[in-house]
Design a protein around this ligand. Structure first.
Ligand SMILES: C[S@@+](CC[C@H](N)C(=O)[O-])C[C@H]1O[C@@H](n2cnc3c(N)ncnc32)[C@H](O)[C@@H]1O
Length: 211
């Protein structure tokens, strides 16, 4: 685990560049896999936690879902808004993953792509994601496997150097989710260091649980 003191401002600063950065870090296929793992259906309501500039949100809208996009960074949500002007079925909410500004049992799906490793208390965030799901709803978390690239904590404000699949399984079970699976996606994240001659190469997992 790594705690970084200046996490809040990092995404505010890189918001305008995030889409270009993200494209070099991991592929669009991560979104396709997440939506397919959830077997999303048109007109259902999804929450995208740590939505950022809308990598998952825009995939969901394209497939005809209604979306609540939640993020603690206003600049990230402003970029998302600029890309979705005129989209009626999208609500942008400023809020914390550990205290979601959403009532109990209202959404059909919750997605969190590459958000959890920035959160102080991942188990608490997972409890929150489970809380807002309707009975029968599905949680999908896509994130980094446990790794040793310490520079991500210093340069990118990652609080966690990825996660062990066993911890993910335990946290989803603790949140009373059923049919929990945590699997390899076959996808990888490639993130270069800004200062050192190094590039992180990390496998991406997908966790799924049902309420
Ligand atoms: C690596 S970006 C991923 C953004 C988007 N999900 C994607 O895949 O492109 C992480 C996002 O999580 C947000 N974030 C980090 N910690 C958060 C928290 N505790 N609550 C809500 N959002 C958070 C950041 O502001 C940022 O937009």
């Amino acid at each position: 685990m790594n705690k970084h003191q200046d996490g809040a401002g990092y995404f505010d600063k890189v918001a305008e560049q995030w889409d270009a950065m993200r494209r070099t870090y991991f592929s669009e296929r991560v979104c396709d896999l997440a939506l397919s793992e959830a077997q999303v259906q048109r007109r259902k309501l999804a929450a995208d936690v740590g939505a950022g500039t809308g990598f998952i949100t825009i995939g969901l809208i394209t497939q005809g879902l209604r979306v609540l996009a939640i993020d603690e960074s206003l600049p990230m949500l402003q970029v998302l808004r600029s890309k979705t002007l005129g989209v009626a079925d999208l609500c942008l909410c400023i809020g914390s993953a550990e205290r979601l500004p959403i009532r109990n049992c209202v959404v059909d799906y919750v997605f969190a792509n590459m958000c959890l490793h920035h959160v102080s208390h991942p188990a608490a965030a997972i409890e929150e994601m489970a809380r807002i799901l309707k009975r029968g709803g599905t949680l999908i978390i896509s994130d980094l496997d446990s790794h040793a690239f310490e520079f991500l904590a210093q340069e990118r404000t990652d609080r966690w150097l990825g996660f062990k699949k066993s911890d993910m399984r335990a946290w989803l079970a603790q949140a009373a989710l059923k049919d929990v699976t945590v699997s390899d996606t076959g996808e990888r994240a490639h993130v270069p260091s800004a200062s050192a001659d190094a590039c992180a190469d990390i496998s991406i997992f997908m966790a799924r649980g049902k309420k």
